[in-house]
Design a protein around this ligand. Sequence first.
Ligand SMILES: *Cc1c(COP(=O)(O)O)cnc(C)c1O
Length: 227
Amino acid sequence: MIKTDLDQRLRSLKAELGSSILVAVSKYSPIDDVAMAYELGQMDFGENRVQDLEEKAAAFATRGLKDVRWHFIGNLQSNKVKELLKIPNLWSIHSVSSKKLVEEIIKREGEFKGEELKLFFQLNTSHEDEKSGFDSVEEMLESMLFLKKHGGPKLVIHGLMTMGSVRSEDFEAAALKCFGDLKNARELAQKELGLSDLKLSMGMSQDYKMALREGADYIRVGSAIFK
Ligand SMILES: *Cc1c(COP(=O)(O)O)cnc(C)c1O
């Protein structure tokens, strides 16, 4: 990776962001490239496998890159929650996708050494089978309520997450529909659960521009940065 190219790509993305936050998805990138992005001022990174995140977090710690904020964005299995929560500088989980997972996170809260763990509830707005996430808003609200009632003080309901549809003739229209559905779900969640200011995590390399237009608070971009 050539540093000036990476710098250029990060700068041009940041110019589009406004007040939204860029999560640089580093899942396909070697540690040297990720560390280079950090040195260029990028603090938020996303990983989708617990083991990869563990390795990258350990490498960052070894290099003394201590202000990093790790976002877990992948499909999460209950038996990996304990390991995940132990990872230093874990900032958020964007992929809370079942009641079972919520229960496990509550059970393992003691493993988390940070001050606050931001949780996003993932809604499967495209209804594509290979995507995880709650299948219905009702199920998601039930799990959010469960967390609100039973979760400890470090577990914060921070927002909602979705992925735009990929298998579609007109992917722009399909992505817009997904993002619109997430916005509607947020409105309902805020009303039903008495929460305010829930954030939206939506948009990847191919559809982040639309997500920003639809009010994304976090975009998760990988290949457009680390190609
Ligand atoms: C890989 C991934 C991204 C980033 O995808 P790109 O197309 O590389 O930008 C975003 N969100 C999730 C959940 C991912 O798994």
